[in-house]
Design a protein around this ligand. Structure first.
Ligand code: M6R
Length: 357
């Protein structure tokens, strides 16, 4: 039930700190260490490459998860859109292992790939919110999101829970391979949960940002580099899905290769900067669009902020930054949709789970 909330989406956004705290507990053993079923870790350690297959928001979570796995566990990962995979199957490695990410566990496009993967005899792990769902039953292994039912069509808490589970998976896998983590993931996810709380309390400020940048616009661009690029893709999907503003996320470096032609006077460009390594480059990209008349909204992480930034998120482990930087984007989308009188929880033409290919 949505209780006193006007929409499920807002309730589910607010649940994110709790979901992350619950997730930590669910994946902790009696000594407080994070664990993943040893059969899963063994299966991954017998494989030579991970293929992540998913759709929509879950695909965006996969892009971030792949970075976490490659950076921490040093296992090569490819991320694929489910609906393309079957028609355009890449040349697989000798010992592939598949990870299906799906909130509902019912997405037909992902299931079609799973059926094929099982026919080929490869191991498959499903990361899902729904125990007993089709993708969970048909895969060899399941990791649950423990996010509680997600009712709003726009996925919010499932995305951050997916990132939480993938970070735990990456860390446990890294340790099994003898790679030393230079941080304590339990502690850092706790910091993330606290930061999420701060962000959920910033609703008024984010509503003002939505009003200032998106009240009358027809389109909006999201730019970022590395992790921030993937979060930008998710921010753009959220915005278009519920507010019907045409939104596009792209890599900051790609601007000059075409998209910059679309920038006009007043075009909102939401730039995300949470990664020290690319902070200067993305700020350079912001200057390029501003010179063409764009209305820039910079969302940065504390420590990298400058005076021109519109919103600053609390500092967290850079690898976990998408779990926090996505929240202002979710809330900005929510308010943009609200201001436009859109049906936030049930956007037109969309269903919660897409059960046709
Ligand atoms: O249940 P799944 O995670 O497999 O769903 C995948 C997509 O259909 C889903 O993420 C969709 O993109 C959402 N409406 C995004 O908010």
């Amino acid at each position: 039930e949505k209780g006193t909330y006007p929409h499920y989406m807002l309730k589910e956004i607010d649940e994110q700190p709790l979901v992350i705290r619950k997730l930590i507990q669910k994946y902790q053993n009696e000594n407080g260490e994070l664990t993943i079923d040893v059969d899963i870790i063994n299966a991954v350690n017998q494989s030579d490459r991970i293929y992540i297959v998913a759709a929509g928001t879950s695909y965006h979570a996969g892009l971030v998860g792949a970075q976490m796995i490659e950076k921490l566990a040093k296992v090569p990962v490819e991320v694929h859109v489910a609906s393309e995979f079957n028609y355009n199957m890449p040349i697989l490695s000798e010992k592939p292992l598949f990870i299906f990410i799906s909130q509902s566990g019912e997405t037909a496009d992902s299931r079609a790939v799973l059926v094929q993967v099982k026919e080929l005899g490869y191991p498959a792990l499903t990361v899902t919110n729904v125990q007993g769902s089709t993708l969970s039953r048909e895969a060899d292994f399941t990791l649950l999101l423990h996010a509680g039912p997600e009712i709003a069509v726009a996925s919010t808490k499932a995305y951050t829970a997916q990132l939480g589970v993938l970070s735990i998976f990456a860390a446990v896998l890294a340790e099994s391979k003898g790679h030393n983590l230079e941080f304590d993931l339990v502690q850092d996810l706790g910091i993330v949960a606290n930061a999420m709380e701060v962000l959920c309390d910033a609703k008024e400020e984010l509503e003002d940002i939505a009003r200032k940048f998106l009240a009358t616009t027809r389109n909006c661009f999201f730019i970022g580099r590395t992790m921030d690029y993937y979060v930008g893709l998710e921010g753009a999907l959220k915005l278009k899905e519920i507010s019907y503003i045409q939104a596009e996320g792209f890599a900051g470096g790609e601007l000059k290769h075409g998209t910059i032609a679309l920038i006009e006077n007043g075009t909102p460009v939401i730039a995300i900067s949470t990664q020290e390594q690319v902070d200067l480059s993305i700020r350079g990209n912001v200057k390029e669009v501003v010179a063409r008349g764009a209305n820039p909204c910079i969302i940065s992480m504390k420590g990298l902020e400058t005076e021109e930034d519109s919103f600053v998120v609390p500092p967290v482990n850079e690898l976990l930054s998408p779990l926090v930087s996505v929240i202002p984007l979710q809330l900005i989308s929510y308010y943009a949709a609200l201001h436009r009188d859109c049906d936030v929880d049930k956007p037109r033409n969309l269903a919660k789970s897409v059960t046709v290919e």
